[in-house]
Structure formats: structure tokens, C-alpha cells
Design a protein around this ligand. Structure first.
Ligand SMILES: *Cc1c(COP(=O)(O)O)cnc(C)c1O
Length: 449
């Protein structure tokens, strides 16, 4: 780590150099490509981003859950550099490469389930989702796919169709892919089927199963795709038992249960995969984000009989499982293993949750605090009784205040009122506490006004 792991604000943020770059960006880059923070990174290491003005920011966003092992982790950089010099790309379909095969073996071993598995690689999360659906449809010969409220599965046509939120992800981009059915998600804080916090799983499950039976038909459903902890939708931890009930229904009716672990996996929620805490063994798991430690790679791992149902040539792509990205991913997995980062993720989560609960007792605007492992968030409300979401500008004000004080955080949520905390799980305790104090101060300032 060549950047000191300390917060240091040396200019106003954004500083003059970031502003200059942003003036150029306006003229050169499409407007639809959002920038949440108006700063430009010069370099990054561990849990610190250094911007082009020399400010050192604590990173609680990690490139949207991509740097679980921290920025430019030396082992990951070294593995990628080594591979870059050996073989950058031949395309797996033309001549195979070692990292691809080895990474497939590793994912087959760490995903839940002791059965035979197979893996295929792509480049982005959306592509992994698309391939998982292709495989499920091919293997079952059925068309329908079930998805949920608040779901996020990506931005390509099929993935966007599975995604719930219209603005900004879907607005004006239709028509969408057919044969997609959306059901309520067991969101305990706002149970959509009128259940209590404790009764949410039961009522949502009853609704979901009835809907699949009456309006879709079990025999038409290829797959149920679900995030074991919803990410973009607001870090929603489903009511206990909801996942289990869905998975049991899928098993009973030969429906492929796909766990989209793109955000929740790779140690973020304290396990390799968040679904492990639900006592559910999915048929297919999708991974991406933190898998490559910053290099683009995604994976579909699943039961061998499903994965091998597709004819030769039916799956793939030019860059899927690029050897440099696969070598980096192997280094990520090694690092998580060697440094016991799953345990560390749970420990960090305990520290964060303790602080968030304390904040909830101090600030009326903190309506709910939730999470598992180091995948945690606060949901902000204007009124605790009605649970009316806090308005967008107030949430944005908190995020901006954090940034001005040297902390990068992100919002989430269908109502845009959730702030999620995604520090690297390698972050040291003192820096974590410092970041939490900045966050606490920013929420406190909003609560007071
Ligand atoms: C980010 C994300 C995706 C899409 O990944 P991209 O790499 O952006 O295409 C899909 N599913 C989940 C759960 C995600 O968090």
C-alpha cells in the first residue's frame, strides 16, 4: 500500500483539478452516464482514493462493491501483471487458458452444494444474469422468469427487464423482454403484503406461491432469480424464511433457483455467498463485482446437469474469462482465504451495525438499520410512524457532506432514501471508525435541520 491509509482533505471538494476535468467531461462524455461524485481519481490503494487535487478520501463505496479486498491489492496487481505479460487474450473459444479453468474449479468448490458443478465466464454482471437465464430456459424448456420488486439485475435488455426500478434504469428503453413476472419481495420494514416485521416472510411467501400457481403456472417457469440480499434496491435483507420457501417451491416444481450474488457475494455479507445464511442451496449462482478485484469478469456457476444442457457453442463471448481478469480473480480468492476475510467481514459488520443502531437511537430520521456481514445500510425517513421516505435532496445532502469531509458513500433504494456502506473488508479499524464518525456527523447535521 503506497498511499497512507488516512483521510486528508487539502482543497475544497471538488478541487480545482477535478473541476477542470469535469468541464472537459461535459463536452466529451454522454450525459446519460452518471457521476455520483464530481471528483476524479488519480490513484487508489486499500481503503483510500486519492483525487487529482491530492485529497485522500475514505472509500465506503468501493466502486459499487467491487473492491472487497481493497484498491490495488498488491497480490491482485501482481497476478494481473504476470498474466498480462504471459498471455493477454487468445479468446477461450479459440485456445483455452489456465486461469479460466482454474477459476472455474475454484468457484465450483466454494459455491454452496456438494453436487457436480460447472462454471462459465462473461465480463459484466448483466451478462452473467443473461447467461443464467439462457441456461435455465434451455435446460427446462420453459419461458417464464420470476423476479421481484426492488430487484436490480443489470442494464442490458433482458437484465434491465428483470430490474425493477424504472427511473433511471428503464425509462424510455422499452419495449422490454417478454415472459418476466414480478412478485413482491419480503421487505420487513415495508412489508408489501401487509404483514408485520415478523410476519413478512409468511404473507409474502403465501402471495408469491399463489401468484406463481394461479397466474404464471409452475410448469411454465424456467427460473426464479433473486438477490439473497437486495443491493441497488436498498440493501434489503429478506424476512427470514422467505428465501427458503421460494427455494422449496422451486425444487418441488423443477424451477431453477438462481441466486444473484453479484453484489452480496465474495465475502461482502460475511460468507462467500449471502445465500449460505439462508440454509438454501441454489441451482445457479451469478458472481461479478468483487470477483475480479477491479478487473471485469463475471461468472455463472451451477449444477452440472443444467449448465451442460446447453449445446456446444451456445454459450460464450469474445472476452469472457479473459486470462488477466481470471488471474486477478484467483488472487482475490486466495487473499480472502489467506487473510480470513469472511470472518473479518462479519467483524467489520458488527462494528458498523453497533454504530448504526446507536445512530438510530439518536436521530429520528434513521428509520431502519440493517445488513449482514459488511453489507449494511441505513434507511432514512421523514417520519418514523408513517415511514415516509426522506426526500431525495436531504439524502443527497448527506452524501455530499460526507464527500466534503473526505468520505465516499453511495445511496440506494427504490425510494432513494437508503445510504449503504461498502468499505473494503480489509479496512483497518481506525480508518473504519474515522469514516463512521464522518457519516454519523453528516446524518446528524441532516437530522438537526
Ligand atoms: C451490479 C449488479 C448487477 C449488474 O452488474 P453489471 O456488472 O453492472 O452489469 C447485477 N446484479 C446485481 C445484484 C448487481 O448488484
Amino acid at each position: 500500500m503506497d498511499i497512507p491509509q488516512e483521510r486528508k482533505v487539502v482543497t475544497e471538494i471538488p478541487g480545482p483539478r477535478s473541476r477542470e476535468w469535469f468541464a472537459r467531461r461535459e463536452r466529451a462524455v454522454a450525459k446519460g452516464v452518471a457521476n455520483i461524485h464530481p471528483i476524479v481519481t488519480a490513484r487508489a490503494s486499500g481503503a483510500i482514493i486519492e483525487d487529482v487535487d491530492g485529497n485522500r478520501l475514505i472509500d465506503f463505496a468501493t466502486g459499487i462493491a467491487v473492491l472487497n479486498v481493497g484498491h490495488t491489492a498488491p497480490e491482485v496487481v501482481a497476478a494481473a501483471q504476470r498474466q498480462l505479460e504471459l498471455d493477454t487474450h487468445t479468446c477461450f473459444h479459440v485456445t483455452a487458458n489456465e486461469p479460466y479453468i482454474e477459476l472455474a474449479e475454484r468457484l465450483n468448490a466454494i459455491t454452496p452444494g456438494s453436487f457436480e458443478k460447472r462454471t462459465m465466464f462473461a465480463n459484466s454482471g448483466a451478462e452473467a444474469v443473461e447467461n443464467a437465464i439462457k441456461i435455465a430456459r434451455h435446460a427446462t424448456g420453459r419461458p417464464a422468469v420470476v423476479t421481484f420488486d426492488h430487484a436490480f439485475h443489470g442494464r442490458t435488455l433482458l437484465a434491465m427487464s428483470l430490474t425493477a426500478k424504472v427511473m433511471p434504469y428503464k425509462q424510455g428503453f422499452g419495449p422490454f423482454a417478454p415472459e418476466i413476472y414480478r412478485l413482491p419481495f419480503a421487505y420487513p420494514y415495508r412489508c408489501p403484503t401487509g404483514g408485520t416485521y415478523e410476519g413478512c416472510a409468511e404473507s409474502c411467501l403465501a402471495y408469491a406461491l399463489d401468484e406463481m400457481h394461479k397466474h404464471i403456472g409452475e410448469g411454465n417457469i424456467a427460473a426464479v432469480i433473486v438477490e439473497p440480499i437486495q443491493g441497488e434496491g436498498g440493501f434489503i435483507v429478506p424476512a427470514p424464511g422467505f428465501m427458503r420457501g421460494l427455494a422449496d417451491f422451486c425444487r418441488e416444481h423443477d424451477i431453477v433457483f438462481i441466486a444473484d450474488e453479484i453484489q452480496s457475494g465474495m465475502g461482502r455479507a460475511g460468507r462467500w455467498f449471502a445465500i449460505e445464511d439462508e440454509g438454501v442451496v441454489p441451482d445457479i449462482v451469478t458472481s461479478a463485482k468483487s470477483l475480479g478485484g477491479g478487473l471485469p469478469i463475471s461468472a455463472v456457476t451451477g449444477r452440472a446437469d443444467l449448465m451442460d444442457a446447453v449445446h456446444v457453442g451456445g454459450l460464450g463471448g469474445t472476452y469472457g474469462g479473459n486470462p488477466v481478469a481470471a488471474a486477478a480473480a484467483l488472487a482475490v480468492l486466495d487473499k480472502i482465504d489467506r487473510e480470513n476475510l469472511l470472518e473479518r467481514s462479519r467483524k467489520i459488520g458488527d462494528t458498523i451495525m453497533a454504530r448504526l443502531r446507536e445512530m438510530r437511537s439518536r436521530y429520528q430520521i434513521v428509520g431502519d438499520v440493517r445488513g449482514r456481514g459488511a453489507m449494511t445500510a441505513v434507511e432514512l425517513v421523514a417520519d418514523r410512524d408513517t415511514k415516509e421516505p426522506i426526500d431525495g435532496p436531504t439524502g443527497t445532502g448527506i452524501v455530499q457532506r460526507c464527500l466534503r469531509n473526505g468520505l465516499v458513500v453511495l445511496k440506494a433504494g427504490t425510494y432513494d432514501n437508503v445510504i449503504r456502506l461498502l468499505p473494503p473488508i480489509t479496512i483497518d479499524e481506525a480508518l473504519l471508525e474515522d469514516g463512521l464518525s464522518v457519516f454519523d456527523g453528516a446524518v446528524g447535521a441532516a437530522a438537526a435541520s
